[in-house]
Design a protein around this ligand. Structure first.
Ligand code: SAM
Length: 331
């Protein structure tokens, strides 16, 4: 069988199995089988495949027909312009999650600006900082970013790459953490950090939400702005059951309990405890990704668990409510 014939055969099978973009997926999976680029495949249609290659390709097609996501078959997924290693222990990074990276970048730049008592100057500083991240700040403030439920590490690694290259000139001190309850997920996150050369910049910790930070005096909160990022499991069991495409991903990365917000409730309780313990005010931002259908419920939860906090809802690239930015007000 030649490359062209194999592609035709696979695309027909995928099409019959109601896979949305059969030709593209046939190419991606052949590229994985032959360890060659898609460009190579498309320009070497006459090349014959070895028997073992045909067998491997057919196996991948068979798995795809069982609705195993392409990213788990190729073991990679692109996120924020970077390639991430993925396997069945981690959630496949979603394009809509790039929003949390975008917003955290703006906030991190804003937070690192020195505090000023002149409100006009403060507004001007933050506008400039947002527009031009290369702005040289005098006395930049240290910023700590904590990615809770880091999974493949895609959020904190994408941020590390951006912050450390964009802001090198400002000499801002960033402390970066990735926390996950899954040991297997943390193995993948650490591998990804190494691939992207930020392994020495991010501390990955195993634990239940913010518990490792709360309970370890080593990470005592002081003299730093905090940005907590969370794309925690937020689906209900019914939503998971009704979606054939996501049921191959780890339940630990998907299930948010009965109403989808169990883990966010726990996280906000922990944050409340942190606020009381360290008297944190005006130096803490929390960014949470959620299901658009939960907009009302998450707002209510924030009102209940973090009284007085300011909330701003942001829409994703599909125009759906996807992110809430919570700011703890000054006293
Ligand atoms: C929806 S996935 C997000 C993964 C990654 N941050 C992303 O955006 O692609 C949620 C992650 O939270 C982790 N997780 C679930 N419960 C947790 C808990 N109690 N504490 C810390 N992490 C938890 C899961 O293991 C999973 O990796």
């Amino acid at each position: 069988m030649t490359i062209s014939e194999s592609l035709k055969f696979a695309a027909a099978k995928l099409n019959a199995g109601c896979i949305d973009i059969p030709h593209l997926e046939a190419e991606i999976l052949l590229s994985k089988t032959l360890k060659k680029s898609r460009e190579f495949i498309l320009t070497h249609g006459e090349r014959k495949l070895a028997k073992f290659q045909i067998a491997n390709y057919k196996l991948l097609i068979k798995k795809r027909l069982k609705r195993i996501p392409v990213a788990y078959l190729t073991n990679e997924k692109e996120f924020y312009g970077l390639k991430f290693k993925v396997n069945k222990s981690v959630l496949i990074p979603r394009p809509e999650t790039e929003l949390i990276v975008e917003e955290a970048l703006t906030l991190a730049t804003h937070c690192s600006q020195p505090a000023t008592r002149n409100p006009q100057l403060a507004t001007r500083n933050s506008q400039l900082a947002t527009r031009n991240s290369l702005l040289v700040a005098h006395n930049p403030q240290p910023v700590t970013l904590i990615d809770v439920g880091t999974g493949s590490g895609c959020i904190i690694i994408a941020l590390a790459k951006q912050l450390l290259t964009r802001h090198k000139i400002q000499n801002i001190k960033y402390k970066l953490f990735g926390i996950d309850i899954s040991k297997k997920a943390l193995i993948v996150a650490k591998q990804n950090a190494k691939i992207h050369n930020v392994n020495k910049k991010i501390k990955f910790i195993i634990g239940n939400l913010l518990e490792p930070i709360i309970n370890n005096p080593k990470y005592k909160i002081q003299n730093t702005k905090y940005i907590i990022l969370a794309n925690l499991p937020y689906l209900t069991q019914t939503q998971i059951k009704n979606s054939p495409t996501i049921k191959h991903e780890p339940n630990l990365a998907l299930s948010g309990g009965k109403n989808g917000l169990r883990l966010y409730k726990k996280l906000f309780e922990q944050i409340n405890y942190l606020i009381q313990k360290y008297k944190i005010h005006d130096s803490l931002f929390i960014l949470c990704e959620f299901d658009p259908r939960q907009t009302g419920k998450i707002k209510q939860l924030i009102k209940r668990e973090l009284p007085g906090a300011n909330c701003q809802i942001k829409k994703d690239l599909f125009g759906l409510n996807r992110l809430v930015i919570i700011k703890i007000p000054s006293v």
